[in-house]
Every structure is written in C-alpha cells, then in structure tokens.
Design a protein around this ligand. Structure first.
Ligand SMILES: *[C@@H]1O[C@H](CO)[C@@H](O)[C@H](O)[C@H]1NC(C)=O
Ligand SMILES: *[C@@H]1O[C@H](CO)[C@@H](O)[C@H](O)[C@H]1NC(C)=O
Ligand SMILES: *[C@@H]1O[C@H](CO)[C@@H](O)[C@H](O)[C@H]1NC(C)=O
Length: 308
C-alpha cells in the first residue's frame, strides 16, 4: 500500500486556469525571431488568463485545449506584450475547437485549434509555421526549444517579453516511471486541503481523481494535483532533462515545442515544483485531426475565398 503522501508527491500539477507560463532557466528571445508565436489573452466569466500558441495557417492557431475560455484574443507579431508595437496584430478568435476527446480532468488530448476572425497580414514579424510531416517523428535525446511570455521564477510576475529555453526530449519511460524523480518532488512543501476549497476555486475540480493542494494564505491560488498518472506515449511527449533546471513550468501552456523537424509538442502540464520532465501533447499524433478540422472550418465559411 502506498501512503497518501506518496500518491500526492507522484501526482502531476494541473495548470490552474488563472495563470499559465513560466520559462525556467531560459533567456529573452531575439525580438521577432519567432514570427509564428501567438499570445492568447483569455477572458472567462470572472478571470483573465494567458496562454501561448503557434500560428499554423493564415487564420489558424494551434494551442492547448485547457486554454479554452469564453472569449480569446490572439496577439501576433509581439515581443513585449505590454507595449504597443507596430508589428503587432490583434485578432479575435471566431471559433475555438478543442479536441473532441479532450478530458479536462486528465488533460489527455490537450490540443485545440483556433480559427481567427480574419486572416493575418503576413509580415517579417507575423508568419505561419507549417505543420510537421507525419514522418517527422520526435526522437528522444533531440534538443528542442519552447518559448513563452510566462513567469520567470515560481512566485515572480509574468514576463512581458518573449523568453525561450532549450529542452531535451526524454524517453517515454521517464514520464511513465515517476518513481525516478520522487526524491526531488518530496522537497516540495504543500498542504493538503479539503476538496471543498478547490471546488470553489476551480469549476472543473473532480475529487475522485484529483487532490487539492496548497495554502491560500501563502499563495494566490490553490493547486490541483492529479491523483493518478495518465501519461500515454501514443499521444504525449516527455520533455526536459531531470538533471537540468530548465522547464516551462506552469506552462507557457499551449505554446509550441520546436525541434529541427518542426512543431513536435504543445505545452500541457508538469510536476508541482517545476522539475522536468514535463508532459507535452504529441503533435504528430494529431495531424489528421488538425488537417481535417482546418479544412472543414474553411469550407464552412462562404467568404473564405475573399480573404485569401
Ligand atoms: C532511451 O532508452 C533506450 C533504451 O532503453 C536507451 O538506449 C537510450 O539511450 C535512451 N535515450 C535517452 C535519450 O535517454
Ligand atoms: C470525476 O471522475 C470520475 C472518474 O473518471 C468520473 O467517473 C466522474 O464522472 C467525474 N465527475 C465529474 C463531475 O466530472
Ligand atoms: C493512449 O491513447 C491512444 C490514442 O488516443 C488510445 O487509443 C489508448 O487507449 C490510450 N492508452 C491508454 C492506456 O489510455
């Protein structure tokens, strides 16, 4: 029998909807060197949150399904999202299509397509990135980068400028076998809370499969930890070397993981204390869905041809 504490420590951190994005151990990106990067401003009933995304067509952005909200505005061509930059193009989202099998309690199939209200105006600062080919599969050991406007330290403010970090793709077994880094996780000090506290804080909290962790007096919000490990190598990627202090903790949720062979991952979730590895959605597993969805959305728009 495993003691409850161990279960807790083995759990993964679910991104709280109020915040996303923290590049640990990275550096500021060269301004506009990643013209496909999208900044998502998400408005829900009461809270505002942010995510990253990647422009994959003239009017399509790929992101994580857990970034869904009542209304989403996409900013392209940004380096400093707090400044007015003449390179920026702000476009509202017309339709948000989360993957039909997305499960918000396990974060499986955490991928979403956003159709923009209008086409981008292609410039040096705003340019789509083609989808990878289905044979461009990710390889463990490969060096990739993730970029985002997230927080730079665990408790600090979000970054205004785009930051990036290089990460190494791991063997699936690293994410399947969480015992390998339970020593590190045990250093995290968290207080187990009553389910009620998370019920109040997160509308999707499910006490059957999640744990409520953290102290609201010390931090701004409660954290939700998955009680069960759901890593699935068919649809997910294991990213980040446990020996290096580099990660995209709390996300840059929705942001792309770029490797030499194209967009391989979408930031999904990671462990409580930000130690790698983390779980990314495996983009090559979703190529048929992405392509079919883009095609059917364009066909639904009679005015599509006017814009191209
Ligand atoms: C992945 O696992 C295989 C076989 O277990 C091993 O040979 C390889 O070195 C590992 N690769 C990495 C990057 O850890
Ligand atoms: C909570 O998770 C369990 C197990 O997956 C599921 O059976 C149940 O329907 C979920 N409850 C809600 C309210 O989503
Ligand atoms: C992993 O994902 C694939 C594709 O969605 C699915 O067919 C399979 O059942 C999943 N495996 C587990 C163990 O959930």
């Amino acid at each position: 029998m495993q003691p409850p504490l161990l279960m807790l420590l083995l759990g993964f951190f679910l991104l709280p909807s109020a915040e996303a994005g923290e590049i640990i151990g990275g550096h500021e990106a060269k301004p506009h060197s990643r013209p496909y990067m999208a900044f998502l401003s998400i408005q829900d009933e009461e809270e505002k949150s942010r995510c990253g995304g990647v422009l994959v067509g003239k009017n399509f952005v790929l992101t994580a399904a857990h970034c869904i909200g009542r209304s989403i505005t996409v900013t392209l061509g940004a380096h400093n999202i707090k400044k007015w930059e003449k390179t920026q193009q702000k476009i509202s989202v017309k339709r948000a299509i989360p993957h039909p099998d997305y499960d918000d309690s396990t974060l499986s199939n955490d991928i979403m397509l956003l159709q923009l209200e209008r086409n981008i105006k292609q410039t040096d600062a705003v340019k789509p990135l083609p989808l990878p080919r289905s044979k461009d599969l990710p390889r463990p050991g490969q060096k990739c980068t993730v970029a985002g406007w997230g927080r730079v330290t665990r408790d600090g403010p979000c970054s205004d400028t785009l930051r990036e970090v290089e990460l190494t793709l791991q063997n699936d077994s690293k994410c399947e076998n969480l015992f390998e880094y339970s020593d590190t996780l045990q250093e995290v000090e968290l207080t187990l809370q009553k389910d009620m506290k998370c019920n109040d804080a997160f509308k999707n909290y499910n006490r059957t499969i999640q744990l409520c962790v953290g102290d609201s007096k010390k931090k701004s919000s409660f954290e939700v930890i998955l009680n069960i490990c759901f890593y699935n190598r068919t649809i997910q990627l294991c990213v980040g070397d446990p020996k290096e202090k580099k990660s995209s903790f709390k996300g840059d949720s929705g942001g792309p993981l770029l490797c030499r062979n194209g967009i391989q991952g979408i930031v999904s979730y990671g462990p409580t204390d930000g130690t790698p590895p983390e779980v990314y959605t495996k983009v090559t597993s979703f190529l048929p869905w992405i392509k079919e969805t883009m095609k059917s959305l364009q066909l639904q728009d009679p005015d599509h041809l006017l814009w191209s």
